[in-house]
Design a protein around this ligand. Structure first.
Ligand code: GLY
Ligand code: MN
Ligand code: MN
Length: 459
């Protein structure tokens, strides 16, 4: 029986986004899709993934296309299908067919006039940056932050739209979330001592690819969960290991899921692994309980930190009072990152714009160890999607850097920590929609409670 298959955003929903953006524009704007990047020769390219702002407004992966917007007009410029390409790639929609599908006027890209007054946003693709520079008659750098005032205004208008997901975006995010839950279930069931991390990863990716999706980011599937963004998958799984899998699907239109689970390779958590896992789960529950409209995300972060600290006190890994531990940033020793981030077309949504999307106007990152990696500081609103992903890690670099005699040194019970040697890293990450009533966990279909994780491993 065929499984789930992604649907695409209908033309009218895309048109509504463009209309809302155009209402905010002071002048023209040009957004490029980008080009496929060759791997080793021009016809062997990395899979094409269009720039996210383009995808938000056009909803289709159209290499070499560009969207022109003005307060009173909109037009897509695209390369017409090459007759010879049909031989190799099969038929592609003509520009007229594209126009009918999208409900948007489409012209050949060669008809796009030079537009020196248009705003744009720096693309990630260097080829697109070079092309935009020629088109706009000014230097546009890839992966830079917008600096021209018209570009900043365009960024602000897009942020306002993309922060609050419309129904079509939520439909995409739900599809990505469900396939990601399936992928994690496949990983849970596939795990056995003696396999390589790559073999578990393969089962997870097979589920995603088989459901018509790709990966939203480079997957983390590792027994070295303390390496926060571990890149390798060549380790052999030992019976006493925990496996941390941070794997998320992306729909064909580019919408992401971002999910982490941590499970015992043997199928049973050891007593120390179970205790540490429950501490992270408690921290996640405390954060989730704080997710509601009007809540400041920094307070969600702090709720997870306080809950984790209390658990670490209960486990006697730390000593002192909760307030003392907060002052010396003891939590950042084991949980140095933020509780989560925005999620949408990008796994860290709109971080191409720096902290402009994540931080409300007038706010900036705090530099203390408990908050410096927090990527979001806004009041939550219905329609936002965020991740909630506390963790517990034994990070050798941070433990080695503790100054002898410092408050942190006095707070840490190293003998007790040594008993937790079989806990390198644990993270539990879910994707959460803020609703009028509070929140909805989009990835709730995947269990996270400790006994349920063990059951899921047995299938
Ligand atoms: N997968 C990257 C993150 O969780 O932020
Ligand atoms: Mn995340
Ligand atoms: Mn993640």
């Amino acid at each position: 029986m065929p499984g789930r298959w992604p649907t695409s955003t209908p033309g009218p929903a895309l048109a509504a986004r463009r209309r809302r953006l155009r209402e905010q524009l002071q002048g023209p704007a040009l957004l490029a899709a980008g080009w496929p990047r060759p791997r080793n020769f021009p016809h062997n390219c990395h899979p094409f993934r269009a720039e996210s702002h383009f995808l938000y407004l056009v909803g289709r992966q159209l290499p070499g296309a560009a969207l022109w917007l003005e307060p009173g007009a909109e037009r897509l410029y695209a390369p017409p299908p090459e007759p010879e390409a049909r031989l190799w790639h099969g038929p592609e929609p003509s520009l007229a067919e594209l126009e009918a599908e999208l409900g948007l006027e489409v012209r050949p890209i060669t008809e796009l006039p030079r537009a020196e007054t248009a705003a744009t946003l720096p693309p990630q693709d260097p080829t697109a940056a070079e092309w935009l520079s020629g088109q706009l008659g000014r230097v546009v750098k890839a992966s830079a932050l917008p600096s021209e005032s018209a570009d900043v205004a365009l960024a602000e208008a897009l942020i306002a739209l993309r922060l609050i997901h419309d129904d079509a975006a939520l439909a995409q995010l739900r599809q990505a979330a469900l396939v990601t839950c399936d992928a994690h279930r496949a990983g849970l069931r596939a795990t056995r001592p003696g396999l390589r991390e790559a073999q578990v990863r393969a089962q997870m990716e097979a589920t995603i690819v088989g459901a018509g999706m790709t990966l939203a980011y480079w997957p983390i599937v590792t027994a070295d969960g303390h390496i926060l963004h571990a890149q390798r998958h060549d380790g052999v799984l030992a019976p006493g290991d925990l496996l941390l899998a941070d794997v998320g699907a992306e729909t064909p239109e580019g919408w992401a899921a971002d999910v982490t689970r941590t499970w015992p390779v043997s199928g049973r958590f050891s007593p120390t692994q179970r205790a540490a896992y429950q501490a992270v789960h408690t921290a996640q529950a405390a954060a989730l309980a704080a997710v509601r409209p009007g809540a400041r995300y920094t307070d969600v972060h702090r709720a997870s930190q306080r809950a984790l600290l209390q658990c670490l006190l209960d486990l006697k890994l730390l000593r002192g009072s909760l307030e003392e531990l907060l002052v010396c940033h003891a939590v950042a020793l084991f949980y140095p990152h933020g509780v989560g981030h925005l999620l949408g077309l990008d796994v860290h949504d709109m971080e191409d714009l720096g902290d402009r999307a994540g931080y409300a106007p007038g706010r900036a990152r705090q530099q203390n160890p408990s908050a410096r990696y927090l990527r979001l500081d806004r009041e939550l609103q219905p329609g936002m999607v965020v991740t909630i992903e506390p963790g517990f890690y034994q990070l050798p670099e941070l433990l080695a850097a503790i100054e002898p005699g410092s408050a942190l040194d006095r707070a840490l019970d190293r003998e007790q920590l040594a008993r937790f040697a079989d806990v390198k890293g644990i993270r539990i990450e879910d994707d959460v929609l803020v609703t009028d009533a509070g929140h909805e966990i989009l990835t709730a279909a995947l269990p996270s409670e400790v006994d349920a994780v063990e059951s899921a491993m047995r299938g």
